[in-house]
Design a protein around this ligand. Structure first.
Ligand code: PA5
Length: 419
């Protein structure tokens, strides 16, 4: 599903193979103990039993609504955004049957525009919060409900909302229950940013028309390969290099896909990487990027700025893809003739990789022959596992976020003290 190539970093770090081999051995031990732990986030992806319900609910939604707005913060929003990008038209956010929009920030201007333009009769709102207590999400819920109730009346409005939250008492459930709003369970044992391959990410994905069984299959295959291959697995290699290079001062991790459909993936990775590793004064700063756009934006910094980055390029076979570039009639541009837009992208992928390598920047390559559901599921699980194993190498807990919790409490305190 993807090819993981660390040969360029290995060549550059030839003198440090002893160090890398020791880190790889520790990564293999961490993988071994992870296998013994049977973590819910991993066990869930090895099964498909919950997918039938998700498919039934999604089919019903697609039949009844032409717009779906997903509200949530952090993992509750980025998961769906990242998966659905595979299916949605980048201009219209439409899958052909349904338009999907994600609402996370609480910018009053955006909310005003949304409320003024939305067709409530044709829209379903999916409100996702694991804790059920995130103030931004509850604010969206309350404002959207109030507007929908005004337009549609209480009984009909309740059929235009669906919440996903933990199966115990919390503010979101307390809001939904008396209004007859359907509630689906968020697995209490799977943290927000690790929930992409549960109902949290898979329901929006299925609504967008994606094959969620193939997504899970891709993820399950990566789990199997990682547990089987240990120190030689792509996950161990990625985690060991990330840790080793960070210890050597390269503590900025640039994840650089080239295709637009993977930009939300890079943003999803930014959250899981930052929130899982950034603690106890440790951390590796994620810097998501996009080729070829960043060739005209960040490449100068990459090549001529501080040598503090580890590059992960995600390359897709683009040769011959897309339409032929029409002749402009300008002899100076004749090199474009008989090439497709995909050929140009392929050339840029090649040029970025060659430039970084020639300038002795540490770069690994994740290459995909095809970007489909299976490949996206595989990439998602790869980077989840790589995050967990890197955390183990750094000696931090990948599953908590103590500093974020403090910030959430301070925002609420501010509202209380500023009536
Ligand atoms: O990964 C996490 O735990 C966080 O980023 C959460 O996803 C985010 O804070 C939203 O939390 P909740 O889903 O409880 O509303």
């Amino acid at each position: 599903m993807y090819h993981h190539d660390i040969s360029r970093v290995m060549t550059q770090a030839a003198g440090e193979n002893g160090v890398l081999n020791r880190v790889l051995a520790t990564a293999a031990e961490a993988i071994h103990s992870l296998q013994a732990q049977h973590l819910p986030v991993i066990e869930r992806c090895l099964k498909q039993g919950d997918l039938g319900d998700i498919e039934t609910i999604a089919a019903d939604i697609v039949n009844r609504f032409s717009t779906v707005v997903v509200c949530g913060m952090g993992g509750s929003s980025l998961s769906g955004k990242m998966l659905t990008a595979l299916a949605l038209n980048p201009l219209t956010q439409n899958s052909g049957k349904v338009r999907l929009a994600f609402l996370d920030n609480i910018d009053p201007a955006s909310m005003d525009m949304l409320l003024a333009s939305i067709d409530f009769a044709a829209t379903l709102f999916i409100v996702i919060s694991k804790s059920g207590g995130t103030v931004e999400t509850l604010t969206h819920m309350s404002m959207l409900w109030s507007a929908a109730e005004n337009k549609l009346g209480r009984d009909i409005a309740s059929t235009h909302f669906l919440v996903i939250t933990e199966p115990h008492d919390n503010p979101l459930r307390r809001f939904a229950a008396p209004r007859n709003i359907r509630a689906l369970d968020h697995d209490p044992d799977i943290g927000g940013r690790y929930a992409a391959l549960t109902v949290v990410g898979l329901l929006p994905a299925c609504i967008a028309g994606l094959n969620i069984r193939a997504i899970r299959k891709g993820a399950a295959d990566v789990i199997g390969n990682t547990f089987r291959d240990g120190a030689t697995s792509a996950v161990a290699q990625g985690a060991a290099l990330s840790h080793m290079l960070a210890e050597q001062g390269k503590n900025i991790c640039v994840l650089l896909p080239f295709c637009d459909r993977l930009l939300p993936f890079a943003m999803w990775h930014r959250q899981i990487w930052a929130e899982s590793l950034g603690k106890q004064s440790k951390g590796i700063t994620p810097a998501p990027a996009l080729g070829s756009v960043d060739q005209h934006s960040q490449l100068q910094l990459y090549l001529d700025g501080p040598r503090d980055k580890f590059f992960s390029l995600i390359l897709l076979d683009q040769h011959g893809k897309g339409a032929l570039i029409p002749s402009t009639g300008d002899a100076a541009l004749s090199y474009l003739e008989r090439h497709t837009i995909g050929d140009l992208m392929e050339a840029h992928q090649h040029a970025m990789l060659a430039t970084l390598t020639n300038q002795h920047c540490p770069v690994r390559v994740v290459s995909l022959a095809t970007l489909n559901e299976e490949a996206l599921g595989a990439l998602t699980m790869h980077f989840m596992l790589e995050t967990i194993i890197t955390a183990r190498l750094m000696g931090v807990d990948p599953f908590d976020q103590p500093a974020v919790e403090a910030g959430k409490k301070l925002a609420i305190q501010h509202l209380i003290t500023h009536p």
